[in-house]
Each structure stands twice: as structure tokens, then as C-alpha cells.
Design a protein around this ligand. Structure first.
Ligand code: ARG
Length: 652
């Protein structure tokens, strides 16, 4: 059991005689920021004193009187107004770290109640190539799957690809009207991507052209309104100021919308071929939608095209997954659920949950203005209907206990309506959670795009990462008196450094935040990066090579760790908390809890290594003990990084 869990259970007993509500108080047991205050600091005496109408220091004393931690801690101290400071016994740390050193799970016990968790992640809309927007879901989802499995749960990773949506109507229309046969034969997916983009551009052109006059009128109106308000003579009161602010924003927004629409029009209008195509296909958007409806209603020739396109699209996705080392147990896309959708809607209707609203069928959720539309006026089923069928399937056929959706936070409302609808529908046996994440931004603070404003393709992003990593790897190896890597090995190392760098840079951020994509920071050999951790791992392997010690023997032999200096003690204590890092990741599916543990641990290792010589240790026992810590550190790095989907190499 992790030391923190042990302390929590001891405090739970001690507090139970003082209050019934121990939960929030137990959250106040934390690692100390400053070793001067011991290893853990407990601040619960203050709120409890308030509750009981006593003095905090008296309450702290009462808690300590009831507390039994003598096996693992020195006598607790009370500091200041009533902080309880705990210092672990050195023997306890030495004992625990020795146990962990002999355990290939590094002290993580396997879940006593394993659950079956379906992790729905990556899930791109196919027919378009994968881009940087798909990185986060793929990388975070994969890390969650790996960590859950390691913790002993049953995991089904499911790639819920969008293979049935409007984009298929677009490529079907594009294929029928604009395909270049040679290009299609040479590179099917490339040509489909071009067709998708073309149909999009032409549709956008017509939509923008139609919208522009209205936008210009709107801008005029808003500007006049703004000027009138500005010119009103009386000094502006609070209400007017607020209105001015709103109007200014409205003018700005309209200007933005106009600029964007003009951009779309110009893009086509300045290219003679595009313009000619646009003029010949002025109903393109409607006709592409019609192709999608035909596909959904069983049109044979559209189905044939779908059957022809899909395998190539999947093969292109799989190429990226192979490069990222991401695996799925299932790839059940939206199309898989098509036969079940009518049943979902009729069931919702018969239960009185879904009702007709202006010709559409909707579920209305209390407290939510937007309805959850399960069938549109034209009879089409929606993303929502598919997701309902999917939950039903995962619960009834896969027997899932839990479903985790690793999806962009912009879909929060969809998921909250979805989960609420499921509860009402009677599918409450499965726990659903939206694991949301923010956007990858460029240096300019806007979503990361290429210079020409296109999405950054994931394939080319990985290529660039590996090319940049190669420079780092070459530099490092060339600096050696005798380079250690052959060109092939350098290529292999560059691959793990490049892909590891992208993954780690993503995972180390709190997933809800946006983050800025920065090549230099990502591949830096110092700081909170995969590169730093990977080199640290290789360096430790190097220590063993240099001393000619077999790591296998260190780990399997009888381990006794000696703690002779503060840095050694701090590292050992940190290494006993790997299980806590895993718990923290799984508590709310936050892989950054693991990256930050790894980074802290690496820092403690550096301090240890700078202060405690392994080679010239004072005694053979101490040398052995330090080798055990080095080996454990290496295994912690390797295991931790593996759970994040990042590889390591012994020489790099
Ligand atoms: N294909 C969707 C998109 O690209 C994401 C699907 C997420 N999973 C789900 N079950 N809704 O936006």
C-alpha cells in the first residue's frame, strides 16, 4: 500500500472519534514542500477545530493521541497554529524501497476489484488524413489504456472512427465529378483527401459568397449603432459602457466573419480552374449531403464506393498508429451502429423520452436549453443517436463497467446530454466519463496550423520530429570520443526520441489546458521532456556498463538499501511513491500526474548521483545499495515512460 494511503487509513481511524466526516480532512495530508517540516504535512486540525469550537493546537494534540503511526513515522510534531508534521522512519523507507527493488511492479499492487473499461479514443473522422488535432486523443487515450492495464483492469480500446458522416458524401460527390484517375490509381488516399478538400473549398466558396452581403449590412448596422451611442453627449453610465463594450465586440466579430468569408471567396475566385469548377457546381453542398443520405438509405452504388474507399482510409490511419505505437482492440466505427439506430429512436419514443419537435425527434433534458436531437427532420440519424447505440452495445455486448471518452473539450455539451439521456434511458449500470482536453496551439497563440492555414498532417509532424531528433542524437553521439551508435542505431534512437518527444510534450500538460507546440522545448535534453528522461535512462545503463555490473543480478539479488545521506533518503522515499503516482493518474485520468512524478524523481536522482558516489562508495555494501537505487531508478523511468507509450534505449 502506498505510504500516502497508509497514512490516510491511520488518520481515518484517529479522526473517527472526533468527527463523522473524515473524507475532506484526509485530503489535507500532503507531501511537505520543505524537508525541514518532515516528509508529510497534515493541515486538518485547523478546519476540524473550527467545526468543534476548540483550539487548533489542542485538536492537533488530540489527533496525535489517537494516531498510531509508530511503525512508519517518528513521533509527530505540532508546528505553528496546529500543523502536524510527520517524518518517516529511515528504517521504514529503507525497508519499503528494498521491497520495491525486488518487485517488477515497483510496488503497484494489482486492482483487487478489476473493472472492464472501454476506452474510446483517437476516433478520427476518416476520409480526411489525420492531423495534429488527432494527436491528443490518441496519445492521452493510449496512456490511459496502458496505465489501466498495468493497474490490473480489463481494458478494451475502441477506435470509434467517423466512417459514416457527411465527409463520405463529399468524397463520393468529389469522386464522381472531379477524380483524376491516374492520381487515384497511384495514391488512392491522397486523391481522396484532395477531393475532400476541393469539395469543402467549393462549398465554402458558395456559402461565403451568399453570406457576405448580409454580413456587410450587419456591419453597417452595428457600426451605426456604435457611433450613435458613442456620440450621445451625456457621460456614459455603467450600463452604457457595458453596451459599448458589447457593441465593439460585435463589430469586431462581424469584421472577423467578413474577413474569413472574403478569404474563402478569394481563394477560389483568384484561381481560374477552381472558379470554373465552382461555377459549374453551385449546388455542391446540397448535392454532397444528398450523397450521404443516399448512402445511409442503402443506395447500392454509394455503398460500393464506400466499400472501395474505406479500406484505403483505414490503412492510412493504421500507418500512423503503427508509427505512434498505438493499438486498438476494436475499431467499431459509426457505420457499425447504423443498423441499430432505428431501434434506439423507437425505444426512446416508446419510453416517452424522445418527442417530436418541429419534425425532428429530440430528448429534452431539464436545465438544458439545447435538445438532444436523435433524428433530424429529413429522417437522418445523428452523432447522438450513434453514441446512444454505442453505449447500449458496450454495456450489453461488451459488458463494460465503465466507458471513458477521450475527446476534445469542445464536445462537453454533447457528452453531458448523452450521459444524462443514458441515465434516463435506464443504462445507468455503466459509468461514463468524458476525459476532455484542450487544443494544440501554435506560437501565435492560435490553433496550430501550417503557414498556409491548413491542418498540420500527423504523418509529416512525426517525420519532422524524427528529423529534428536525429540532429540531437547525432550531436550527442558525435561529442563522444568514440561514437557509440551506428547509423542504423542512430535512426532507431531518433525515432524513439522524436515520437517520445511529441507524446511527452502533450502528456505533461494538464489535459484540460491548451498548450503551445514548441519543437525546441519538446526535444531539449534538459528539463521536463522525454528526451531528458530517455538520456537519464541510458546514462544509468551506462553506469552499469562502466562498472561491469549485470543489472539482472542487482535486481534479483537480496536487496538491502542503506540510507546514508539526505539525497539518498529523498530519492528512496520518492521511489516508494510510484504506486501513488499511478493512483493519481487513474483517479481522474490525468497522465500528467505520472510525468510530474517522473520529472521529480529524475531531479532527485540527479541530486543523489551528484552527492553519492557509486563507484567510490565507502563500503561494498553501500556500493551495492546505491546500485540497487540506480537500477530501481532505471526501471522506474522505463516503466513510467512505457505507460506513457514512450520507449527507451540503453545506449543513445
Ligand atoms: N469522430 C469524432 C470527431 O472527430 C469523435 C468521436 C469521439 N467518440 C465518440 N464516441 N463520440 O469529432
Amino acid at each position: 500500500m502506498s505510504i500516502l494511503r497508509t497514512l490516510k487509513s491511520r488518520f481515518a481511524s484517529a479522526l473517527s472519534s472526533l468527527t463523522a466526516d473524515t473524507g475532506p480532512l484526509l485530503e489535507m495530508i500532503r507531501s511537505s514542500q520543505d524537508p525541514k517540516f518532515g516528509d508529510f504535512q497534515v493541515n486538518c486540525a485547523m478546519p476540524l477545530a473550527k467545526q468543534l469550537g476548540k483550539l487548533p493546537r489542542d485538536v492537533a494534540t488530540e489527533i496525535i493521541d489517537h494516531l498510531d503511526v509508530s511503525d512508519c513515522c517518528e513521533t509527530p510534531d505540532i508546528a505553528g497554529p496546529g500543523f502536524i508534521n510527520l517524518r518517516l522512519r529511515d528504517e521504514w523507507i529503507a525497508d519499503r524501497v528494498s521491497q520495491i527493488a525486488g518487485d517488477n511492479r515497483l510496488g503497484v499492487t494489482s486492482a483487487t476489484n478489476p473493472r472492464h473499461i472501454v476506452v474510446d479514443f483517437s476516433s478520427p473522422n476518416v476520409a480526411k488524413p489525420m492531423h495534429v488535432g488527432h494527436l491528443r486523443s490518441s496519445v492521452i487515450g493510449d496512456a490511459i489504456c496502458r496505465t489501466l492495464r498495468f493497474a490490473g483492469h480489463k481494458v478494451t480500446s475502441d477506435n470509434h472512427i467517423g466512417d459514416w458522416g457527411t465527409q463520405f458524401g463529399m468524397i463520393i460527390y468529389g469522386y464522381r465529378n472531379f477524380v483524376e484517375a491516374d492520381a487515384y490509381d497511384r495514391n488512392q488516399v491522397g486523391e481522396l483527401a484532395r477531393l475532400y478538400k476541393l469539395v469543402n473549398q467549393l462549398s465554402d466558396y458558395h456559402a461565403a459568397k451568399a453570406k457576405l452581403p448580409k454580413l456587410l449590412v450587419q456591419l453597417g448596422q452595428r457600426q451605426t449603432e456604435l457611433n450613435e451611442l458613442k456620440n450621445a453627449t451625456a457621460p456614459a453610465d455603467k450600463k452604457t459602457k457595458k453596451k459599448l463594450k458589447t457593441l465593439r465586440k460585435a463589430v469586431e466579430d462581424t469584421r472577423g466573419a467578413i474577413a474569413s468569408a472574403e478569404g474563402k471567396v478569394d481563394h477560389v475566385a483568384t484561381d481560374a480552374t477552381l472558379l470554373e469548377q465552382a461555377n459549374e457546381h453551385n449546388e455542391i453542398a446540397r448535392l454532397a449531403r444528398q450523397e450521404t443520405s443516399k448512402l445511409h438509405s442503402g443506395d447500392e452504388s454509394n455503398q460500393q464506393l464506400w466499400d472501395e474507399f474505406l479500406p484505403a482510409c483505414l490503412a492510412a490511419l493504421n500507418q500512423i498508429y503503427a508509427r505512434l505505437d498505438v493499438q486498438f482492440d476494436l475499431t467499431l466505427g459509426e457505420s457499425y451502429y447504423n443498423p441499430m439506430l432505428a431501434g434506439v429512436v423507437s425505444d426512446l419514443k416508446s419510453q416517452g423520452l424522445a418527442t417530436d419537435s418541429d419534425g425532428a425527434t429530440c430528448v429534452f433534458i431539464d436545465g438544458n436549453e439545447a435538445p438532444f436531437i436523435v433524428q433530424k427532420t429529413d429522417g437522418a440519424y445523428t452523432y447522438a443517436t450513434t453514441d446512444l447505440a454505442t453505449i447500449q452495445y458496450r454495456l450489453n455486448e461488451l459488458n463494460a463497467d465503465e466507458i471513458v471518452y477521450v475527446v476534445d473539450k469542445r464536445q462537453s455539451e454533447h457528452f453531458s446530454l448523452l450521459f444524462r439521456t443514458c441515465e434516463l434511458w435506464g443504462l445507468a449500470d455503466v459509468k461514463c466519463q468524458h476525459v476532455s482536453f484542450g487544443t494544440v496551439m501554435g506560437n501565435d497563440g492560435k490553433p496550430f496550423k501550417t503557414r498556409s492555414g491548413d491542418n498540420v498532417g500527423l504523418g509529416s509532424l512525426i517525420d519532422e520530429a524524427i528529423a529534428r531528433a536525429r540532429v540531437v542524437v547525432d550531436e550527442n553521439d558525435d561529442r563522444r570520443e568514440q561514437p557509440a551508435l551506428s547509423p542504423d542505431e542512430r535512426a532507431r534512437v531518433a525515432q524513439i526520441v522524436g515520437t517520445g518527444g511529441i507524446k511527452y510534450a502533450d502528456l505533461r500538460h494538464n489535459r484540460d489546458s491548451d498548450y503551445v507546440f514548441d519543437w525546441d522545448k519538446m526535444l531539449a535534453t534538459t528539463g521536463d521532456t522525454a528526451t531528458y528522461m530517455q538520456y537519464a535512462y541510458a546514462r544509468i545503463c551506462g553506469i552499469f556498463r562502466e562498472l561491469n555490473v549485470d543489472r539482472q543480478n542487482i535486481a534479483s539479488g537480496q536487496a538491502t538499501v542503506l540510507l546514508t545521506c539526505p539525497e539518498e533518503r529523498a530519492l528512496a522515499l520518492q521511489l516508494t511513491q510510484f504506486d501513488y503516482a499511478i493512483d493519481s493518474v487513474l483517479a481522474d485520468y490525468r497522465p500528467n500526474q505520472l510525468t510530474s512524478w517522473l520529472f521529480d524523481t529524475a531531479g532527485k536522482f540527479s541530486a543523489f548521483y551528484a552527492h553519492c558516489s557509486v563507484k567510490n562508495a565507502e563500503s561494498p555494501e553501500l556500493r551495492h545499495s546505491r546500485l540497487i537505487l540506480c537500477d530501481l531508478m532505471a526501471r522506474a523511468l522505463c516503466t513510467g515512460l512505457t505507460l506513457l507509450g514512450i520507449e527507451t534505449a540503453e545506449v543513445m
